[in-house]
Design a protein around this ligand. Structure first.
Ligand code: GDP
Length: 164
């Protein structure tokens, strides 16, 4: 049923967005308000506590970097709010709303961005967003299971649900 409703919005783009533990406590409502102001559809949303293994997998492309361990610890420090955001050009638009990784840079170049307003430092930088469609699909799948195929499938082509 949810998939049917979602496919009504086809062919909007999807991205994976996360409100990180540093911002979820203090800035959840402001960030969600901004997401609605910018006309994203929140197709799926869940609050989740990442295990160390999940955080390592989520950020596997940074394995081996000097900040990898503190990044994993930080992401497990409290719950994250994980969302699928839908909109035309969702990947790029959400990245633009986030601003640069380092809030000092964000304050210079994108003073209205979420990171300029809410990030504490380059590590505790309040939000995550996929950098391209491939990563978005991969991370959507990581958090929400095998729903990407359903999201991409037009309504007429939808086969009857199998019993699981
Ligand atoms: P993003 O795509 O803007 O989130 O940046 P990256 O993919 O390069 O990095 C992933 C996350 O690792 C960032 O959002 C930060 O939380 C953290 N991070 C990135 N660079 C650094 C750094 O130089 N030092 C520390 N401590 N953390 C960093």
């Amino acid at each position: 049923e949810a998939a049917r409703e979602l496919s009504f919005f086809f062919p909007k783009e999807q991205t994976l967005a996360v409100i990180k533990p540093d911002a979820l406590n203090e800035h959840k409502d402001e960030i969600l308000g901004k997401i609605q102001e910018e006309c994203f559809t929140i197709s799926q949303m869940k609050e989740t506590m990442l295990s160390k293994e999940m955080a390592e997998e989520f950020y596997k492309e940074h394995r081996g970097k000097p900040f990898f361990e503190q990044l994993v610890d930080f992401m497990c420090r409290g719950p994250c709010l994980v969302m699928i955001l839908s909109k035309e050009n969702a990947v790029e638009e959400w990245r633009a709303m986030m601003g640069p990784t380092d809030p000092r840079e964000a304050q210079q170049t994108a003073p209205n961005s979420l990171r300029a307003r809410f990030a504490k430092d380059i590590l505790q930088n309040s939000v995550h967003g996929s950098s391209n469609q491939k990563h978005a699909n991969e991370k959507i799948n990581f958090f929400f299971g095998d729903i990407t195929e359903e999201l991409d499938r037009p309504l007429q082509g939808k086969e009857p649900e199998l019993e699981r």
